[in-house]
Design a protein around this ligand. Structure first.
Ligand SMILES: C[S@@+](CC[C@H](N)C(=O)[O-])C[C@H]1O[C@@H](n2cnc3c(N)ncnc32)[C@H](O)[C@@H]1O
Length: 248
């Protein structure tokens, strides 16, 4: 891509981010209005903003033929992070609620017969299949019904299956995280992201840890493009569904 095209592409995304998430309409329509003007530029820009996605997929260490569900899969770009042997032999279901991003995903994976792309709310998506892994990448923070989404992911996993989550977050201290973010950091980033419909408070991580007592949590920061010297905290979480479960 030429330098001028790159600038134009960035400008379209930044324009959409500055306009922010619309309000007063359904969640689906809000997502579509927010993402439609930046759908074709989404992957190039988010590659520099959404850290830890390759590490998340790598740490899943799935065998060939594994079945994988991604909730809030957007353009479906995370699939390209899986090892080629798994990509060739596995079964993949990509769920999202935003028609504009689903269209990108359908175009990207049009030649793959082992990839199913579904428009659905992640909280209510259903399938007779139980999956080896469920991935939620930078999507929980945009899901107001995150508790229902996590519970649904738990239900859709086979016993011993893995839930893999990567997302931005802010933490005021205590288990399950080790890092504590100061008041200034928490105020700045929560206001910055709220404009685009992203919630960073600790409720999502707390719910994950409650539902998946056996888990691994890694905490990192990601430099933000165009905000020189500034980094936003994110976590990677891998939870294992217990072999026997009292609820779900
Ligand atoms: C920041 S994007 C992340 C997309 C992709 N997972 C990635 O890593 O690039 C958040 C995604 O969550 C989707 N999303 C938000 N709320 C949703 C819901 N309730 N059900 C399904 N998808 C949802 C959005 O449409 C969007 O594609």
């Amino acid at each position: 891509m030429r330098a001028l095209d790159r600038l134009r592409s960035d400008a379209r995304v930044v324009g959409a981010l500055l306009r922010g998430m619309p309000s007063g309409i359904s969640h689906r329509d809000r997502l579509d209005q927010f993402y439609r003007p930046q759908a074709a530029d989404y992957d190039r820009f988010r590659e520099r903003l959404l850290g830890g996605r390759q590490d998340l997929v790598d740490s899943l260490a799935l065998p060939e033929n594994a079945s994988v569900l991604e909730l809030g899969a957007g353009t479906g770009a995370n699939l390209d992070r899986f090892p080629t042997n798994l990509l060739a032999t596995g079964q993949f279901v990509l769920v999202d609620l935003c028609p504009a991003l689903l269209a990108q995903s359908k175009m990207r994976h049009r030649d793959r017969t082992n990839v199913r792309i579904v428009e659905s709310d992640a909280a209510s998506f259903d399938s007779p299949q139980r999956f080896d892994a469920v991935v939620i990448s930078y999507a929980l923070s945009m899901m107001p019904t995150f508790g229902d989404v996590i519970d649904n992911a738990l239900r859709l996993l086979r016993p011993g299956g893995k839930l893999a989550v990567v997302d931005f977050y802010l933490w005021s201290g205590g288990a399950p995280a080790r890092v504590r973010h100061g008041a200034l950091t928490r105020t700045f980033w929560s206001r910055w992201f709220a404009h685009d419909g992203v919630e960073l408070d600790g409720r999502r991580l707390r719910h994950l840890a409650e539902r998946f007592p056996e888990h691994e949590l890694v905490e990192r920061v990601q430099p933000v493009p165009m905000l020189l010297g500034m980094s936003v905290p994110y976590f990677r979480f891998i939870g294992i569904k217990p072999a026997t479960l009292t609820r779900s």
